[in-house]
Design a protein around this ligand. Structure first.
Ligand SMILES: [Zn+2]
Length: 253
């Protein structure tokens, strides 16, 4: 059987059987993978602690007919500040949930992997929960963009006119925004201010390393967060029938 090595971030680590762990890792080159770590819960195991959720690790694996077996693990980063802060943890698990829901196993995406890693580094260093929320919101926006679910932000999807500085409407099932003139023709929508639309356009071009310098008003950030979640939950419930994301979002603010 073949051996291979992978670098990734542990999304979940669950007890399995008497002494084993089932670990879900979002890897750089192979996307999301599940691996079985045998005997790691025994007191003498050197590998146990390195398999905590959130750790950035390098793993050595042995292919089997079923799940790959973990033979060795090296922790690269363990993010202690995030792990000791429940508010930071809830933000990070929301980001993990997005990966879990939007990516199938072995669907690799290096851009999202690097964005996740940079966002974790940013959240680890930050002392400001509002900033942490910007990292998470930026991450969500870019996942939607990567998988092609991002709303068209320039013009009305029904009449193609450029959006005016007035309240417009976000319509997930049409994949974009509708202006006031067309708003009577749609069924499911959420009003969205031009300020939110402009900030979304701005965030799309922003690099994650610029977030520590960025300030967004709390009210505006909440509006962006609500708009993105309205959109995200529509796709998740429609495609995957999972209410878990919505439940986590409700606890967020
Ligand atoms: Zn229109």
């Amino acid at each position: 059987m073949k051996s291979f090595c992978a670098e990734g971030i542990i999304l979940r680590s669950r007890d399995f059987g008497e002494a084993d762990k089932l670990v879900t890792i979002f890897t750089k080159r192979k996307g999301k993978i599940k691996v079985l770590a045998k005997g790691v819960r025994k007191v003498s195991s050197r590998r146990g602690g390195s398999l905590d959720a959130l750790n950035q690790v390098k793993v050595f694996l042995q292919e089997t007919k079923n799940l790959p077996f973990l033979t060795e693990v090296e922790a690269i980063q363990t993010f202690p500040s995030i792990k000791s802060d429940l508010a930071k943890l809830s933000i990070v698990f929301l980001m993990f949930e997005l990966i879990d829901q939007f990516f199938s196993e072995e669907q690799e995406n290096i851009l999202i992997f690097n964005l996740l890693l940079d966002s974790l580094k940013g959240i680890e260093k930050s002392f400001d929960l509002e900033k942490d929320k910007i990292f998470a919101t930026n991450f969500q926006l870019k996942i939607l963009s990567q998988i092609g679910y991002l709303p068209e932000l320039g013009s009305c999807v029904l009449c193609n006119r450029t959006l005016k500085p007035e309240t417009n409407f976000l319509v997930p099932y049409l994949g974009g925004l509708v202006d006031q003139g067309c708003s009577n023709e749609v069924l499911l929508s959420k009003s969205i201010s031009l300020e939110v639309i402009k900030t979304l356009r701005f965030l799309l071009k922003l690099s994650v390393t610029e977030i520590p310098k960025l300030n967004l008003e709390r009210k505006l950030l909440k509006e962006i967060f609500d708009a993105l979640n309205f959109y995200t939950v529509f796709f998740l419930e429609k495609d995957l029938n999972s209410p878990r994301f919505a439940t986590r979002v409700e606890k967020f603010y």
